[in-house]
Every structure is written in structure tokens, then in C-alpha cells.
Design a protein around this ligand. Structure first.
Ligand code: DGL
Length: 272
């Protein structure tokens, strides 16, 4: 008999950025129910210490576990970079981060062996991408750059035009001259700025967004463990929770998810 596990997939991010990963999950796994938590009261994670981000991540994971999720996807590069190990050790369900899947795609794509990584200060400081890329291919030369202003630009929906172009130029002009042919968008907000990032990096550079690779990895884990949901008569439910008032989240969520989010419930996450 085919497996039919109707428990949802739990997904969390510091805010709305993880919706780019949720979108890929929904596209690849259309029969799966999901529960999304955006820790909007404590965003951004990217500028906070590893210790604090890990603590927040554990609290988020506990919240989702209480909603009976069968798989946890850390849809935030910063939380994946610093907290994946702790979460995988402490949780009784499989846990996926976004770093490893994205790194594998980049390692497979590059021809020159020179890979660029852009992310939040926390992600870049952790060195998690450089390690994952070298695990995938030891001879890679990795150049990383923190681009903190991309997050508020994406949140504001300011993704085209002169302002994001200037910011992208400031962050990336030097990186564009280092011979990288592959650039990892190592932050869940950055896919929204793909246009200006591609413009500054030039035609010869492939941008890697880990969302699709994460969805593929999620499918593989569910399949391996017999946790997939079968197609049901009614479409699966998708629930949204946030830790600050939902108005702002609801306003911008559609841009990240590719479809409007009608309702999100505000919750109080107990610190661990
Ligand atoms: N979503 C976070 C990430 O992918 C970026 C936003 C933040 O700094 O919290 O790293």
C-alpha cells in the first residue's frame, strides 16, 4: 500500500523570506499540508549571534512539533547555518536546512570551480556554505559577501529600479570581477532581487536559489521514510503563524509565495 501520512511539513523562517522555500515545497509536493511559522517579532536573524539564533530556532521548532509536523524545514539560511546541528540532534523528526542542498547544486553547476556566496552577516560569518561547497567538491574556490540591505529591500518590495541596483552594485561589483561563474543566493529573501543581482554579476554567472533543491531533498526524505501524503479528495491545508501582528506579513507574503496568504495567526513563542 502507498504511504499516506497526512501530518503537515513544518517550515520556519525569521519572517517572510522562507515563503520562497515554502512555494517550492508546495510546487513539488502538492499533496502535502504545511504549517509555516514566521518569527516576525524577532526578524532579522542575519545580524544576531549564533547562540541567539539557535535559541530562537529551537523555540520555533518546538512550536511546530506541537502541531504534529512530520518533517521540519529550516527555511532560513542563517538559522540553517548556525542551528541545524542542534535541531537535528534534539528533534524526534527529520530536519532539513537550506545550505547543503543549495551547495550541492552550485558545486554541480560551476565550470570554473569559482563559486560566490551571498548571504546575511550571520550566514557568511558561520562559513557554513564554504564548508558545504568544499564537502561537495574539495577544489572549489569560494568567495563570500554579506549583503544585509537586501533583506529590508525585499521586505519593502523594493526589488527593481535605481535603489536596489545601486545597492547590488555596491555589494557585488568586486565579486563580479573574481571569475565566479556561479553565485549562491544564500538568503531566502534574495530570489526576489534576482533581476538586479543578475544584472550586476553579468550574463556568464548562474544564480543558484536553493528553494527547488530543498524541495527535492524534502521529497527524498519523505519517500525514504514512508512519510508521503497521498492525493486526497480535498486539497491539503496550509496554515500560517507569525510572532508579531500579521498585517505586514499578509501584505508582503504574496510576493514571496506567488499567491496571496489570506490569514495568519499571531502566536507567542516561549523561549527555550
Ligand atoms: N531569512 C533569512 C536568511 O535566509 C534572512 C532574514 C534575516 O536576517 O532574518 O538568512
Amino acid at each position: 500500500m502507498l504511504p499516506d501520512d497526512r501530518r503537515p511539513i513544518g517550515v520556519f523562517d525569521s519572517g517572510v523570506g522562507g515563503l520562497t522555500v515554502l512555494r517550492a515545497l508546495m510546487e513539488r509536493l502538492p499533496h502535502e499540508a504545511t504549517v509555516y511559522l514566521g518569527d516576525t517579532a524577532r526578524v532579522p536573524y542575519g545580524t544576531k549571534s549564533a547562540e541567539v539564533v539557535t535559541r530562537y530556532s529551537l523555540a520555533n521548532a518546538r512550536f511546530l512539533l506541537a502541531r504534529d509536523v512530520k518533517l521540519l524545514v529550516i527555511a532560513c539560511n542563517t538559522a540553517s547555518a548556525v542551528g541545524l546541528e542542534a535541531l537535528a540532534q534534539q528533534l524526534p523528526i527529520p530536519v532539513l536546512g537550506v545550505i547543503e542542498p543549495g551547495a550541492k547544486v552550485a558545486a554541480a553547476r560551476t565550470r570554473t570551480g569559482r563559486v560566490g556566496v551571498i548571504g546575511t552577516p550571520g550566514t557568511v560569518r558561520s562559513g557554513a556554505y564554504a564548508r558545504a561547497l568544499k564537502r561537495a567538491r574539495a577544489d572549489l574556490v569560494v568567495t563570500s559577501r554579506a549583503c544585509p540591505l537586501f533583506v529590508p529591500l525585499a521586505e519593502e518590495g523594493w526589488t527593481t529600479g535605481e535603489v536596489p541596483r545601486l545597492v547590488a552594485r555596491q555589494y557585488l561589483s568586486e565579486l563580479a570581477t573574481t571569475g565566479v561563474d556561479t553565485l549562491v543566493l544564500g538568503c531566502t529573501h534574495y530570489p526576489l532581487l534576482q533581476g538586479v543581482i543578475a544584472e550586476v554579476m553579468g550574463d556568464g554567472v548562474t544564480l543558484v536559489d536553493s528553494a527547488a533543491a530543498v524541495a527535492e531533498a524534502a521529497e527524498a526524505v519523505l519517500q525514504e521514510r514512508g512519510l508521503l501524503a497521498a492525493k486526497a479528495a480535498t486539497p491539503p491545508a496550509h496554515a500560517y503563524f507569525v510572532t508579531d501582528t500579521p498585517d505586514r506579513f499578509l501584505e508582503v507574503a504574496g510576493r514571496f509565495l506567488g499567491r496571496p496568504v489570506e490569514q495568519a495567526e499571531q502566536v507567542d513563542i516561549r523561549p527555550v
